[in-house]
Ligand binder design. Structure first.
Ligand code: S3P
Length: 162
């Protein structure tokens, strides 16, 4: 299970790791989009609260389905704020992808469909990271510094750390 702030590369590194290990990969944001439409649309039409409910259900289903089937699951950056989700992911090996604002600045600036980064994207990212960071750190079994290295290199380092 990969956790960490927005735009840190949870999906790309998760996909890479799953390929290396030859196991299933589930990106919960992608599951949400497939079932409910784009994240921007969900936020705009139904609000963040509705998104969080959908997200918590999606994570619970993914953890349930992974029971007995080796799976790499990547979560959205805010999924770990839900207390039910925090309990559920205790059943998983949790990898926190650690980075800083500078590393993800380009991706944040492009902001591809992340409603919570509308406006001052960098300022919002930093503020969210400041409040969420202790949660990521508390839940992590493994912390992977993703500031340097290509996706395959990071996948290799993560596999070695598991
Ligand atoms: C969010 C992160 C996004 C997505 C949604 C909300 C957040 O996922 O779930 O826009 O609250 O941090 P990524 O972490 O994949 O960008």
């Amino acid at each position: 299970m990969l956790i960490g702030p927005m735009a840190v590369g949870k999906s790309a590194i998760g996909q890479q790791l799953a390929q290396q290990l030859g196991v299933r990969f589930v990106d919960t944001d992608a599951v949400i989009v497939a079932g409910h439409g784009s994240i921007a649309e969900i936020f705009a039409g139904r609000g963040e609260h509705a998104f969080r409910e959908i997200e918590a259900r999606t994570v619970a289903d993914a953890v349930e389905e992974a029971d007995g089937t080796p799976t790499v699951i990547s979560l959205g950056g805010g999924a770990v704020l839900d207390s039910g989700t925090q309990q559920l992911i205790g059943r998983c090996t949790v990898v926190y992808l650690e980075c800083d604002a500078e590393t993800v600045a380009d991706r944040i600036a492009r902001n591809s469909g992340r409603p919570l980064l509308a406006g001052d994207a960098m300022g919002r990212w930093k503020a969210m990271f400041a409040t969420r960071r202790p949660v990521y750190e508390r839940l992590a079994d493994i912390t992977l510094d993703v500031r340097h290295g290509s996706i395959p290199e990071l996948g290799g380092r993560l596999e070695a750390a598991l």
